[in-house]
Ligand binder design. Sequence first.
Ligand code: NAD
Length: 481
Amino acid sequence: MATRLHIDGEWTEGGGGAIATHDPATAEVIEEVTSASRSDVDAAVAAARRALGNPEWAGMLPVQRAALLFKIADLIDQHHDELATLETRDQGQPIGISRQVSATGAAEHFRYYAGWVTKIQGTTNPISFPDTLHYTRREPIGVNALVTPWNFPLMILAWKLAPALATGNTVVIKPSEVTPLTSIRLVELVEQAGVPKGVVNLVTGDGSVGAMLSSHPDVDHISYTGSTATGKLITKASAESNLKRLTLELGGKAPSVIAADADIDTAVGGNLAGSTLNTGQVCAAYTRFYVDKRREQEFVDKMAAGLDGLRIGPGLDESTQLGPLVSEKHLGHVDRLVSVGREQGAEVVTGGHRADGAGYFYSPTLFTGVDDNMTIMHEEIFGPVLAVTSYSDDDELAALIARANDTEYGLAATVWTRDIKTAHRLSAGIKAGAVFVNMPPIPDMAAPWGGYKASGWGREMGPWAIDAYTETKSVWMHYGY
Ligand code: NAD
């Protein structure tokens, strides 16, 4: 039997058929996942609209709503191993990542935003009107569609759902059709925690279900994480329907600058983690390496040795360091871009082919002899594929910054140096939502997350997510009559 949709507190079969979800380590089908039809999507949006007016939800006191979010966090903790194992089976990520980043991270997001519920404040403002009090209220936006990708399905859903509920919104969740299982399980736990019916709805299915939400006239806000191409379609659909609010977390092509004074072993360790975490399927993954010419050979040799030493295998094997790519389709995308790199003259130092196994394994790949204009320096590969180029000592910092910025994206960047001047100048000059100095790209719920340029609109996490899920109402109170 296929999985179910969750609409208005009921688990129902979708009217749009079903899509199989696969274990990327074995290519075997795990489960059939029901697909929503247009009338299912309409019913989910209508349920979310009704729930906004339900006194059980709208009238829930901040302390009660905080308690509800703490309870969801506790339930995630109680099901920690089950959720981590399910994430690894559906997504492929090594079990240690599923435990520490996905399951623990999801609980932490709920706990963090549970703390915010009782601290969401308006302001009183010194307007220049006589006998008039002016204050602001933070109100929920309304019905929010949460559309998520396949690389960190559980954690990314948590980082959207927790602030959406903290601010009193209602939601319709649309997980990726490639990895829907932990999202379905999280909705069951949310229901178990006692969230009133209709507040959290779930519609599974492919991009066409997401498109029904982005063009829906009764959805007020879409919080979307995924590719830039789909982000543009969502923006167009929003403009052509009801101009719904958009929070867009899109693609990336993060540069990594390794200065002459960097501790190379630290840089190699951090860049290996930053480029191969979750098999490189990370929006902030380090992919374009600009190494000071004097350290280039040493860096390339040590990175290649590090990549060769990674243990490739199924995520459920505790010793695995590099799991499979998420799907056959995505493996084809990565392999095609590696071929393009070769055709354009870049040199493969290691990797460059599918790895052994029935699943979607790919050998970690390092290119040298790379030119700034090559496709592999511009297109998002979203796999364990690294391209190394160099800069010369007498290159001005400004020229290096211009090369790092030579991309449509602007999500993340990293700098490896012991010189505070280089660190600050590059951090200020690179156009990216996050610059990591001497560390891998790990987000934290207290720090803003989002991109410049084609990497998206708006910021999530921290107080920035409270802004993303609220409207600010201006109240003018004249008392001089
Ligand atoms: P994707 O764009 O293929 O799909 C993402 C979601 O959008 C899925 O749920 C999909 O079903 C849905 N969708 C597809 N077409 C749609 C449409 N026309 N309208 C509405 N929804 C639609 O992305 P993906 O391949 O699942 O994820 C990988 C991408 O996500 C990469 O580009 C990566 O950089 C990006 N990403 C960004 C961040 C970030 O924080 N910026 C984080 C993780 C992933």
